[in-house]
Design a protein around this ligand. Sequence first.
Ligand code: 5GP
Ligand code: MN
Length: 336
Amino acid sequence: MLKGEKNLYLLDEPKKIVITTHHKPDGDALGSSLGLYHWLKANKHQVNIILSSDFPTFLDWLPGREDVIIYPDQQEEAQELIDEADILFCLDYSALSRTNILEPVIREAKGQKWMIDHHLDPEDFADLCYWDSSAAATAQLVYTFIVDVVGDKNGITPEIATNLYSGIMTDTGSFRFRSTTSAVHHIIANLIDAGAKNWEIHEQIYNSSTESRLKFLGYCLLNCLEVIPEYNTALFAISKEDLAKFDITTGDTEGLVNYALSIKGVRLAGLFIDRTELIKLSLRSIGDIPCNEICKKHFNGGGHLNASGGSSTDDLLTTVNRFKAILPEYKEILTK
Ligand code: 5GP
Ligand code: MN
């Protein structure tokens, strides 16, 4: 869906542009932001990416990441850029609350807000909205925005291709989730032709673990995994002490939930982590089991049907027990 395309004329002249994405950006959030960043810069705009937090170390090689501004570290400069921006891109989120401390700042900014996103239930705040919940990644939508919406067929440089490939690869679990259509593979082929070195990207993202992170994985598999066979469900519950023991930082728990889902017969997997102020949870499912409904109804969150997240202000054990108490409600689809 494209809404507000009459505003596209703004890109005809150089503009001041700020790109924002969700708190604790993942590969798609940062890859789509950096892909768009390089394209806008090549088209003579003045562009900055402003994040509400740091990003995982496995993304700390993406072309252009050294230019990113972390709002809490450079608040005055970032505030000025946001105040002066003609356009604020909102990438990989459709509810402003997902930008954490940036929410009020973006809400009050006077520039136009342009959303490019694939999450369900978009909030109505954007002057331009390029949104498709069936897209595999926001990076896919940034690609079609550049190539189809704006029509810049030759605009994909190797830097753009590398960032967009990384976004699509991470959001599709390396091209294996249901969202990976033939159209996605066509775009991926075009990105490789445009200069994305697929083998290097896989190497950078998946073979960049630290020894401590790998040992943390072993520890979690041995000590924090619980399988609930009567509901085909498995979960990890990870305490603050577990995180501290292995010096775990942003992004180190990425992908952990998939180990619970990889058990034969398991159809719903959860990851519960005791973060500084909240319990953060991630759910993954197969088939029609609605992770997003569970997160929305019970854990102040949302997301996609098969991948969603939320949080809880209860303690870790209470949150996990609350989750277990919900399972009977879904017994039929969990066990069919
Ligand atoms: P993850 O489990 O990797 O943190 O998030 C998976 C998906 O769930 C994200 O792509 C996002 O759509 C959604 N999500 C994660 N956390 C939240 C949250 O706190 N609120 C909402 N609305 N969605 C979330
Ligand atoms: Mn995404």
